[in-house]
Design a protein around this ligand. Structure first.
Ligand SMILES: NC(=O)c1ccc[n+]([C@@H]2O[C@H](COP(=O)([O-])OP(=O)(O)OC[C@H]3O[C@@H](n4cnc5c(N)ncnc54)[C@H](O)[C@@H]3O)[C@@H](O)[C@H]2O)c1
Length: 374
């Protein structure tokens, strides 16, 4: 395998451009075995294709993703399009013999996720799904603490991803607010992969789920003077049970579009009888650690820039979204090149399918008002 990963992007909107930004400053990674180069972009909108003209390595701009997939210059495809297009385009990527970094969710529903997972395994291509927050230094410290065995008997686990801009009823509708383009799982499809990645990787797989799902505003301005239907779930609280060392432990997974005051706030908390750990992007440098000695104590450790893949950035500087997104891409590139070692990896197709099994069970739980076994 060449040490240059040549990337094509399908879907050059919010996340497609974020990916371009990550490749544009790839050189900040120190002693990294793979270079990344953005070579081709597909989007339906002229103004977005024009935006990518400023990236000197881009040789192909197209509105037809089949044209991008025919290009011999593309090794890896990042697909960041509305959810109803995930399965068809991911399957096209695999059929074209390319590797894939899929945006979440992995298909619009469980059936789609299984089809993609099966095609990935038949094709032999390297496929992972997007989830970047675990690559923040604070999140990595939570993973280390959970694996250390020093927390004692686990009491509870909480993993959350909260937004708030939907609290404004004047916010216009978009494809993420409609079942036909976002999926029946709604906010779980949008935010759910972010809250399951760390628990799944730590082996905390729900055995049972009781779901509370909420739809708050059922209509929003359509941007043309009228109103449009808005039929996806806005908030989802999944009360789960996982088995840790032979005991059942409660785990709460929260995905919310309406969490007052929260702007892309991702957090994770693990509490045990001997210790605990808590991290939130609302305080990006703060790791909260609980210790039980003679006295009980929560203390705050001020973190710096100890990312999994070393960069030139000063060790005391603050990390943010573009940093963890670059780190996620570094994990993808390293694992694809067989150089991940013991570092944290991106969501695997099996984990992505498991997330859909959980979300499908959550829909059943909410419909029946009962806990559903997985
Ligand atoms: N990892 C994250 O933190 C994160 C954050 C936001 C969104 N996402 C995910 O990224 C994906 C895209 O979301 P977004 O916020 O970037 O949406 P967006 O609406 O900003 O961008 C989607 C783009 O896809 C393009 N598109 C639509 N159909 C296409 C087609 N057939 N061929 C090529 N391009 C097409 C649209 O023109 C648009 O530019 C979704 O799966 C979403 O869940 C991930």
């Amino acid at each position: 395998m060449s040490n240059v990963m040549r990337v094509g992007i399908i879907g050059g909107g919010l996340m497609g451009r974020e990916a371009a930004s990550a490749f544009g400053r790839w050189f900040v990674l120190e002693d990294f075995p793979v270079k990344a180069e953005l070579v081709a972009v597909c989007d339906l909108q002229d103004k977005l294709l024009d935006w990518f003209r400023q990236v000197p390595t881009v040789k192909l701009l197209t509105k037809d993703h089949h044209e991008l997939l025919r290009s011999a210059d593309v090794d890896v495809v990042y697909v960041a399009v509305p959810h109803h297009l995930h399965a068809p385009i991911y399957l096209d990527v695999l059929a074209a013999g390319k590797d894939l970094l899929a945006e979440k969710p992995f298909g619009i529903d469980l059936a789609g996720a299984r089809r993609i997972r099966d095609a990935a395994s038949t094709s032999g291509r390297f496929v992972r799904c997007s989830s970047e927050f675990p690559f923040l230094p604070g999140a990595q410290r939570v993973v280390q603490a959970a694996r250390s065995g020093k927390l004692g008997k686990l009491l509870e686990i909480r993993s959350c991803f909260w937004h708030a801009s939907d609290l404004d009823p004047a916010k216009p509708v978009n494809w993420k607010r409609q079942v036909k383009t976002c999926g029946e799982i709604g906010v779980m499809g949008d935010l759910g992969m972010h809250v399951v990645h760390v628990p799944f990787r730590l082996g905390w797989n729900p055995k049972r789920v009781y779901a509370q799902l909420q739809k708050i505003y059922t209509q929003r301005p359509d941007g043309k003077g009228g109103m449009a239907e808005c039929d996806t779930w806005d908030n989802a609280m999944l009360h789960c049970e996982v088995e840790v060392e032979g005991r059942e432990v409660p785990m709460r997974l929260e995905t919310k579009r309406m969490a007052p005051g929260a702007t892309n706030t991702w957090s994770v908390e693990v509490l045990g009888t001997d210790g605990g750990v808590r991290y939130s992007t609302a305080e990006p440098k703060s790791l909260w650690v609980f210790e039980r000695h003679k006295e009980q104590q929560w203390s705050r450790i001020e973190l710096g820039f100890q990312t999994p893949f070393q960069t030139i950035t000063g060790g005391i500087f603050e990390p943010g979204f573009p940093d963890c997104f670059l780190q996620m891409w570094a994990a993808y590139a390293a694992e694809r090149a067989g150089a991940l070692g013991d570092k944290f990896g991106c969501v695997t197709p099996d984990e992505a399918v498991r997330s859909h099994e959980l979300f499908a069970a959550a829909l059943r739980s909410h419909a029946t008002k009962a806990a559903v076994a997985l």
